[in-house]
Structures are given as structure tokens and as C-alpha cells.
Design a protein around this ligand. Structure first.
Ligand SMILES: NC(=O)c1ccc[n+]([C@@H]2O[C@H](COP(=O)([O-])OP(=O)(O)OC[C@H]3O[C@@H](n4cnc5c(N)ncnc54)[C@H](O)[C@@H]3O)[C@@H](O)[C@H]2O)c1
Ligand SMILES: O=C(O)C1=N[C@H](C(=O)O)CCC1
Length: 252
């Protein structure tokens, strides 16, 4: 029988962390060796022999956590938001000195969300206008969501590659924020509403028609197959991967 994969969770008592601990404990090929909260020392990861760490903490903690893991040769699967271009570049530099270590930064672990973003990328060039609405629970600490940021960046790139303007708009706003925030030129609108979990709509419009690409996560279990896929794959993908689509075969 092959050996169990030793996995640790950071942010283990949060919404995502609680679900991840249960998913890892239920996985026949994994052993949960540490479930750490905000005040637990990161040295525990080394003491417990973690091979993969799953970071589900907060944007202010995640970078230090991942750098610690990489410096100690521990692969990292990261769901936490806050990984801007500067942080990613700095992490890539660190990984260059640890070429055997893998890090997955996944803005969204839900398979349907990954597919919705891919479909939006594919559709982006064919419509005059595109806007994104992301809708989440009110305890979410950041806006816009990491998923919306990534979707907007990929949609904008697809449009730029095809020579299509990001989002033509001649509106003169009389109130700051009325047209949402611009991410790579794409308008992004954030809704925070009691009762919601994690939802996103990409609206694409042309004269006389609209395509809406919508994804809904109704609970945190929806993210767990993606977390487990990340944990099982990360050691075979050295270096930095951004987006779970990097671990999926979405061509064809
Ligand atoms: N990638 C995805 O699919 C996905 C899905 C849901 C949420 N998220 C993201 O994951 C993150 C966590 O979301 P949540 O809803 O579980 O938040 P949460 O507030 O419920 O949980 C975060 C937990 O992290 C703990 N924490 C903070 N700093 C820590 C540290 N240094 N070490 C260990 N624990 C620490 C907090 O005490 C808290 O228990 C957010 O950035 C969120 O946007 C990603
Ligand atoms: O609940 C959250 O917080 C979520 N965060 C991620 C994001 O910001 O995109 C993924 C969806 C849920």
C-alpha cells in the first residue's frame, strides 16, 4: 500500500478550514497531521512532517505562511485571497531557489467556477460589452472577490488578444462607485448579502442579445473536491501554478 500524504491546514477553524479538515480526514490517501489557527506556531508544520500545507487564512497572513512552507520544502495549496502581481512575482523568485517545491494559488476551488471563468474567457471576444457581478456572504473580508479579479483579468486579456476594447462605456457617473470598480478595464460589482455563500455572474452583451454565465456555490463542501485535487497534484507540479484550471484538462 502506498504511504499516506501528510497534510496540514492553516486557518483550520475558519469556514473553509473546517470543511477542509473534514475533507482531508475523510480522504483515504491523506493523513491530517496539523490543524492550525491564528496563534499556533508555523514550526508545527515541520515538527509534524507536513508534506503539503493548505492555506485558508486571511489576505494579511497568507504570504508569510506560504513563504515559510516553501522555505521548508513543504508544498502549498492556497485558497486565500490577496495574491496580487507583486506577491506572485516575489513568490516566483523564492520558488526559483526551491525548484522541487510546488505552490497552487487557486482563487476558486469549485469546479463549476473554474469552468465558468473558462467559458467567460472563450466568450469574451464575441460581445460588445462585458461586466462582472460577484455576490458573497457579508462576513467576507475582501472586495472584489479573488475569483472576480482573476475572471476580469482573463476576460480582459482575451479581448485584448482579439483586438476588442475592454468595455466601451460613455456613461458620465454622478456618484463615485456607481459603475463598480474597473479591473483591467472590466467593470466589477460586489454584492454582500446575508444568506449568500459565493456566486458570480459574467454578463456579456451585444445588440439584441445577452449571455449570462453564472456560477453558485451553495455551501463550502462545493470547494472540497478542488482542494483535494490540489493536495494530490501539487507535489508533481513544481513551481507556481495560478488557478485550478492549471491542474485540469480543459482542452477539447
Ligand atoms: N479558493 C476558494 O475556493 C475559496 C473559497 C472560499 C473562501 N476562500 C478564501 O479563503 C480565505 C478564508 O475564507 P473563510 O471564509 O474560511 O474565512 P474565515 O474568516 O472563516 O477563516 C479564516 C481563518 O483563518 C484564521 N487565521 C488568520 N490568520 C491565520 C494564521 N496566520 N494562521 C492560521 N490561521 C489564521 C482565522 O482565525 C480564521 O479562523 C479567504 O481569503 C477567502 O476569500 C477561497
Ligand atoms: O467566501 C469567500 O470568501 C470566497 N472567496 C473566494 C474569492 O474571493 O473569490 C472564492 C469564493 C468564496
Amino acid at each position: 500500500m502506498s504511504e499516506m500524504l501528510k497534510v496540514a491546514v492553516l486557518g483550520a477553524r475558519g469556514r473553509m478550514g473546517t470543511a477542509a479538515v473534514a475533507a482531508i480526514e475523510g480522504a483515504p490517501d491523506m493523513e491530517l497531521v496539523a490543524a492550525l489557527g491564528r496563534s499556533d506556531p508555523l514550526d508545527t508544520l515541520v515538527e509534524k512532517g507536513a508534506q503539503v500545507v493548505v492555506d485558508l487564512t486571511v489576505p494579511t497572513s497568507t504570504e508569510a505562511n506560504v513563504r515559510f512552507a516553501v522555505e521548508h520544502g513543504i508544498h502549498a495549496v492556497v485558497g486565500t485571497t490577496g495574491w496580487d502581481a507583486a506577491r506572485l512575482a516575489s513568490l516566483e523568485k523564492l520558488l526559483a531557489g526551491r525548484p522541487e517545491t510546488g505552490v497552487l494559488i487557486a482563487p476558486n476551488f469549485a469546479l463549476g467556477s473554474v469552468l465558468a471563468t473558462r467559458f467567460a474567457q472563450q466568450a469574451a471576444r464575441y460581445f460588445d460589452s462585458v461586466e462582472i457581478i460577484e455576490l458573497h456572504h457579508p462576513r467576507k473580508v475582501d472586495a472584489p472577490s479573488g475569483t472576480a479579479l482573476r475572471t476580469a483579468q482573463l476576460v480582459a486579456k482575451a479581448r485584448a488578444d482579439a483586438g476588442v476594447p475592454a468595455a466601451p462605456d460613455a456613461t458620465e457617473t454622478t456618484l463615485v462607485g456607481a459603475r463598480g470598480a474597473r479591473v483591467s478595464g472590466i467593470p466589477v460589482h460586489s454584492v454582500r448579502l446575508a444568506g449568500l455563500v459565493a456566486h458570480q455572474e459574467v454578463l456579456l452583451g451585444s445588440e439584441g442579445e445577452q449571455l449570462t454565465i453564472r456560477h453558485d456555490s451553495f455551501n463550502h463542501d462545493s470547494f472540497m473536491p478542488g482542494v483535494l485535487l490540489g493536495v494530490r497534484t501539487v507535489s508533481n507540479r513544481p513551481g507556481l501554478t495560478v488557478g485550478l484550471d492549471g491542474y485540469l484538462d480543459l482542452e477539447g
